[in-house]
Design a protein around this ligand. Structure first.
Ligand SMILES: Nc1ncnc2c1ncn2[C@@H]1O[C@H](COP(=O)(O)OP(=O)(O)O)[C@@H](O)[C@H]1O
Ligand SMILES: [Mg+2]
Length: 360
């Protein structure tokens, strides 16, 4: 009897965590054969996993099937291998970056209403406003002038996100005055953003929506270096110039050393619908930009958002239009469903994103 034969036999035993053979998943450690005694070391995430006894039985019978004259001794060791991806936010299932090529296309509007749309589907959602140059969450969510409290936890200072519409929210705008923000240099910005992620008490979330600054710069880079971003949602208007800029943002996520999958495209301001003529559509910014970008990024158009007055009013009053305007509710219900589906598909097909490692 050789070790190789034993290993082969043991691989017929499924790993209770994922159903793959226990040799393939690295669950089998040392094997020692002495006469008719076989000693097998199994590596477990902890010593009190509920499947310990059934696993012993499966291992014993796999070896007995090979040669009934063998006696099997199983012993357990706690698996010291690091988790495949180190995330400073292990309690957050999906981190979604909302990005655009230029400002003013509705990135923040999409971030907020997408977050509320996902929440309406039953998900736990948080918002991180990382737009250093124009943090708009304080105003859009009615949190202006408020400061997130700081709590001491195990001797460390932790920031507690504010709450809006049952969502934890952090914004650069809570911490830095707008006129200060524009003069901050890259490393300082990176430090603030890192604190929002590492020193903040984020609860368990299904989605953390990150409102990025427009374009491709330090903040985007810091983000992908700090957290494993599950995917990016690109926002554009139907205009060709907006699409041209959004392509640059798309290309940044696609760089081989960043490699954040694009989940899809939201086309904002697709058409204008006046309040008194709710069935009319005026394509004032042209047509087709969102679909074009979706095609180029090899993803889908998650949905179209019409240009309606209540979005502007809602943004100014701190009450997002998703909560008051049926047209916007309908648009973001679809966008949220598509985003959730695209996220699920992405998680099924691709490995978790690894934060980019940079040497400084
Ligand atoms: N679908 C829309 N209908 C009407 N106004 C909109 C719409 N989307 C955005 N706006 C308005 O356009 C302005 C810019 O939107 P914002 O979300 O702040 O863009 P960004 O974050 O990309 O700079 C805001 O005043 C916002 O209220
Ligand atoms: Mg914005």
């Amino acid at each position: 009897m050789t070790q190789e034969q034993i290993r082969q036999a043991l691989n017929s035993v499924p790993d209770p965590n994922n159903g793959k053979g226990i040799v393939d998943t690295g669950c089998v450690g040392q094997i020692i054969i002495e006469d008719s005694n076989v000693s097998v070391e199994l590596l477990l995430p902890s010593l009190d996993v509920p499947y310990k006894m059934p696993l012993i039985q499966s291992v014993e019978s796999a070896i007995a099937d090979l040669d009934s004259g063998l006696t099997t001794h199983v012993h357990f060791t706690v698996d010291q291998r690091p988790e495949s991806v180190d995330s400073p936010l292990p309690q957050v299932k999906n981190i979604i970056a909302v990005a655009s090529g230029k400002g003013g296309v509705g990135k923040s509007t999409v971030s907020v209403n997408l977050a509320l749309g996902l929440q309406a589907l039953g998900a736990k959602v948080g918002i991180l406003d990382a737009d250093i140059y124009g943090p708009s969450m304080p105003k859009m969510l009615g949190l202006e002038g408020q400061k997130p409290p700081v709590r001491q936890l195990h001797g460390q200072h932790k920031i507690v996100p504010l709450n809006a519409y049952n969502m934890p929210v952090m914004s650069v705008g809570f911490i830095v005055e707008p006129e200060q923000a524009v003069v901050l240099r890259g490393p300082r910005l990176a430090g603030i953003l890192r604190q929002f992620i590492e020193d903040c008490l984020w609860p368990e979330l299904d989605f953390l929506i990150i409102d990025l600054p427009p374009g491709t710069g330090d903040v985007q880079l810091t983000l992908v270096q700090t957290v494993p971003v599950t995917g990016a949602v690109l926002v554009t208007t139907p205009q060709d110039v907006a699409v041209a800029d959004a392509i640059k943002a798309m290309n940044m996520f696609k760089l081989s050393n960043i490699d954040v999958p694009i989940l899809g495209v939201v086309e904002n301001m697709s058409w204008f619908t006046p309040k008194e003529l709710p069935n009319n559509k005026y394509h004032i910014f042209g047509k087709g930009g969102g679909r074009k970008l979706a095609l180029m990024s090899e993803t889908m158009l998650l949905g179209n958002v019409p240009l309606v007055q209540s979005v502007v009013d809602g943004g100014d009053e701190g009450k997002p239009a998703f909560l008051t305007e049926p047209i916007i509710q309908k648009a973001f219900d679809e966008i949220a469903r598509n985003t959730a589906r695209q996220t699920a598909i992405r998680n099924e097909l691709l490995a978790a994103t690894t934060p980019v490692k940079v040497s400084r």
